[in-house]
Ligand binder design. Sequence first.
Ligand code: IPD
Ligand code: CA
Ligand code: CA
Length: 278
Amino acid sequence: MDAAESAALRAIAMEAVQLVGGPLAAAFRSDTAVEYKVDLHDVVTRYDRQAEQAIRDHILSRWSDSAVLGEEHGASGEGRVRWYVDPIDGTSNFARGIAFWCISIGAAVDDEIVAGAILDPVADNLFSADLTGAWLNGEPLRSSAIPEENKATLITGYPVARDFRLDGRDRALDNFATLAETFSTLRRPGSAALSIAHVAAGWADAACGFGVNAWDVTAAILLLRQAGGTYRSLPLGKIPADRPDQFHPGYMAWGNGGNYPTLTRIAEAISVGRTKAA
Ligand code: IPD
Ligand code: CA
Ligand code: CA
């Protein structure tokens, strides 16, 4: 894929997130009834489904050689470009009225991530990336992280109830305690994509997660790397370690200049523990 083609895909991803950004922002803090999917920790609204359908229709009309994989409606279309669509990342925030959620769309060709867009419609921040760079609202994006972990801010949702089941309650709480003690600040805002976008923008230093899907992270991986940051995927015993990064269920991420040995140690220990248990 050449740079011009990846720029064209970035443009389509930007159009698609903007297409649904207005309607979702209008629905935010209105009547957002939830339904539950896998369990009571996993919510969805009718807005997730509507937005995904509009995004899919837009992508297929603009680039027919496409396969779209969305969180809510699954796979549709066949083609060289594979799109990973999360219509709302951070649905539980969206549904309750917490302004930390986004729309995330990433595109890959032969498993190489080539374009992506992430829109936070409440803050009006449009992040995007292609093979030539990363941007925030049209301006080039460069990450910057505080070098020492004891002065840095880490964003993570870890541990959630599923992590207690997978890692053991005591071990998971101990991991959390070590991270909370080590970093200057630890935050749990939700939305993996928007958390990694914050690291890409230099608004947070690091992020990690242990239960993500390709639609959560595909756009964010390219955004962070093109902004000079580091994204390390973790297979967590669920997939072969040599699979492309976007398919790994775990990650650790930091901005340019970051170096966080405690985060690395704990994330790798979680991965080894789950791999042994698998
Ligand atoms: C979830 C959010 C959450 C992360 C989970 C994701 P959803 O996505 O990004 O912060 O910890 O791994 O599944 O369900 O809000 O689209
Ligand atoms: Ca998500
Ligand atoms: Ca979602």
